[in-house]
Ligand binder design. Sequence first.
Ligand code: NDP
Length: 296
Amino acid sequence: MAEIIDGKVFSKEVRDGLKLKLESLFKKTAKRPVLAVVLIGEDPASQVYVKNKIKACAEIGVVSREYIKEASITENELLAIIDDLNNDDDVNGILVQLPLPKGINEKKVINAISPEKDVDGFHPVNIGKVVIGDDTAFMPCTPHGCHELIKKYVPNTDGLHVVVVGRSNIVGKPMANIMVQKNKGANCIVTVCHSASKDISKYTLQADILIAAVGVPEMIKADMVKEGAVVIDVGVNRIPSDEAGKTKLVGDVDFENVSKKVKAISPVPGGVGPVTIAMLMKNTVKAFCIQNGIEE
Ligand code: NDP
C-alpha cells in the first residue's frame, strides 16, 4: 500500500508557519496583510471556496475584505472595482473567484489585476515569470501546492520523468514549467499529455512522478502507472455515490487500485485541495512582504 500524501497535515504545517511569521511581522510593523476577495454571482461551489479562503485568512492573521456582487454586474463595473483595489495601498492581494458569470471576459479581468497583487498567479506576467524561473513570481496556487508536496515526498527529483496529464493554463501548463526548471525539487524531464494524446498509457507508464489534472473521474487506472511512482491527483470530480441520491468526490486517479501499486499518492479529498489554499496564503504573505520591503 502506498504512502498517503496528506495534504491536510502539510497545509496545516504551512499555515502554522505563516501564522507565526505574521505574528512576528505584526510586532515589527503593526501591519497585517490584506486580501481582497471578489465573488460574483451565486455559484454554490464558488461560495464554498470563498468561505474556506476567508476562514484560512482569519486563522493565520490575514485581513480579508469581501466584495460580493450580483451576477448582473457589468464587466466595466467589475473592472472598476479591480482598478480601485489595484490603487488601494492597504490592499496587498486581489483574488477574483472563477468562474465568472457569462458575459464577463475572464481573461480581461485577470489581466486587469496588478501583477504585484495577483496572489492567484494567473496574470500573464506571473505565468511568464514561472516559465523563466523568476522567483519573484506568484505561482498559481494549485501547481505551486503540488510542487511543495513533491518536494516533501521526493527527496531528489533531478532527472526524474514527470508526466503531467492536462494542459490548462491554471494547472497543467504551469505545473510542467515548474518541474522543468533547473532548481532543487525540479530539474525533471517533463511530458505533457492532453485530449489529443493517443495512447496516454505509453507516457504515464514512464512517469516517476505522475500529475493528473484532467477532470475525468478515476481516469488513471492501475495498469497506466509504473510500480513505485509518486502520484499527485489534482482532479476534483463529483459523482453519484453508492448511497441512493447522494454524491461523492473522487479524483482523476482510481485511488483504490493505483494506491496498491505506487510508492506514494495524494488522495481526493484531502490531498492537493487543502494545499492549494495554503499556497494562496503563502502568496498573500509574499505580496505583503514585497510591498513593504520586508525580506522573506
Ligand atoms: P481543464 O478542463 O481546464 O483542463 C483539463 C485538461 O485535461 C485539458 O488540457 C484537456 O485537454 C485534458 N483532458 C481532458 N480529457 C482528457 C482525456 N480524456 N485524456 C487526456 N487529457 C484530457 O481543467 P483544470 O486544469 O482546471 O482542472 C483539472 C482538474 O483539477 C479538475 O477536476 C478540477 O476540478 C481540478 N482542480 C482542482 C484544484 C484543486 O485545488 N484541488 C484546482 C484546480 C482544478 P485539452 O487541452 O486538449 O482540452
